[in-house]
Write a protein that binds this ligand. Structure first.
Ligand code: HEC
Ligand code: HEC
Length: 313
């Protein structure tokens, strides 16, 4: 706090206490008058309800004095007077830090149990999957939806279609390190709207849709020249680049013709934030286990077979 402000705050606090004491004792009726009187303050309610002008009861007075002494003691022990820190050295930051450290220790005990297990092993443990689901709701649902089915621009994690690969390793990598994908804008390279329309017709034909406009042969030639570098000659995508498969009927950004046209003409950009630094390895493994438990992961094609040890109850 600014030192001047601190001094003002201190003075105001002490003046307040002094003013209350003055109110209590300075304006008090003299001792001789302390007996009960019938003098009224002149206020009358409901015709016959009068306020008597009697002094405060003694016990109430002493209670007030005790409260004031307690208050002064409190101001000595705790911060309350400007920048004065109090004799106990209490701070709200430290209290918060201590409480959250205690909560963290408690949490770590829970998570310790799941350390040193592969995501695949954890996926077979219902308790681990349950914790993974809670982590998912807190960290991932905002983008992927609470049911993990995604939304336009955010991939569905429950199906068999993976942008970056569906093995436990690839899924874990997506969660730990994040993913960034860029689909450049192609309108210019394709020679304007007509070129976009040609390629659009070819792209839609890959998933079995026939559009009336556009030259499909010219579109195919352009696709082979430009697009196949990322999406593959057959349009099935490339998990190394996060380039989507264009031959299925699953669309990351939505499958309406206008949306696909917009993607081809103006490009897209998607970003999955990295979570390893924020959540740590055990939580990432539990999240991977949860995603595996949703059923879309490619478990057969797993390169390194894991230990046969099973933790499932
Ligand atoms: C800020 C939004 C956002 C958050 C939060 C987020 N994701 Fe993602 N996630 C994305 C986007 C966008 C992609 C697609 C990235 C790309 O294509 O480059 C993605 C991709 C993925 C993929 C790869 C999907 C595939 O098809 O290969 C996985 C797995 C994934 N996210 C899991 C998670 C998990 C688990 C969490 C929570 C820890 C999470 N995401 C949090 C936006 C998010
Ligand atoms: C440099 C690599 C690259 C090239 C070249 C490329 N794309 Fe893409 N494309 C991507 C990536 C990555 C995405 C995913 C972008 C996203 O949504 O974040 C994508 C997304 C798309 C989508 C949307 C798919 C969906 O599921 O929503 C379409 C359609 C598409 N590309 C068509 C094309 C066409 C047509 C060309 C050629 C004119 C092309 N791409 C060239 C990388 C590429």
């Amino acid at each position: 706090m600014n030192p001047t402000v601190a001094v003002i705050v201190t003075i105001v606090v002490l003046l307040n206490i002094a003013a209350l004491m003055y109110l209590l004792f300075g304006l008090r009726r003299r001792p001789g008058e302390e007996s009960v009187t019938t003098e009224t303050t002149g206020h009358v309610w409901d015709e016959d309800l009068r306020e008597l002008n009697n002094p405060l009861p003694r016990w109430w007075l002493w209670l007030f004095v005790i409260t004031t002494i307690f208050g002064l003691g409190y101001l000595v022990a705790y911060p309350g007077l400007g920048n004065y820190r109090g004799t106990l050295g209490w701070t709200s930051e430290r209290e918060h830090a201590e409480q959250s450290a205690a909560a963290d220790r408690l949490l770590e005990v829970t998570f310790e149990h799941y350390e040193h297990h592969s995501a695949l092993e954890l996926a077979a443990n219902p308790e681990a999957v349950r914790i993974g689901r809670n982590l998912f709701v807190n960290n991932c649902a905002a983008c992927h939806g609470s049911d993990a089915r995604g939304a336009p621009g955010f991939p569905n994690l429950t199906d068999h279609d993976w942008l970056w690969g569906g093995t436990p390793e690839a899924i874990g990598e997506s969660i730990a390190q994040g993913r960034t994908s860029v689909m450049p804008a192609w309108k210019q390279a394709l020679g304007g709207d007509a070129g976009v329309e040609d390629v659009l017709r070819y792209v839609m034909s890959l998933s079995g849709r026939d559009l009336p406009a556009g030259d499909i042969n010219s579109g195919k030639a352009k696709f082979t020249a430009i697009c196949s570098a990322c999406h593959g000659a057959d349009g099935r995508g490339n998990p190394v680049l996060g380039a989507p498969n264009l031959t299925d009927q699953i669309w990351l950004n939505g499958g309406a013709v206008a949306t696909v046209r917009e993607t081809i003409a103006n490009g897209r950009h998607a970003e999955m934030p990295a979570h390893l630094a924020r959540l740590g390895k055990t939580r990432v493994d539990l999240l991977t286990a949860y995603v595996i438990s949703l059923g879309g992961a490619q478990l057969q094609s797993q390169s390194a077979p894991t230990k046969t040890k099973q933790d499932a109850p």
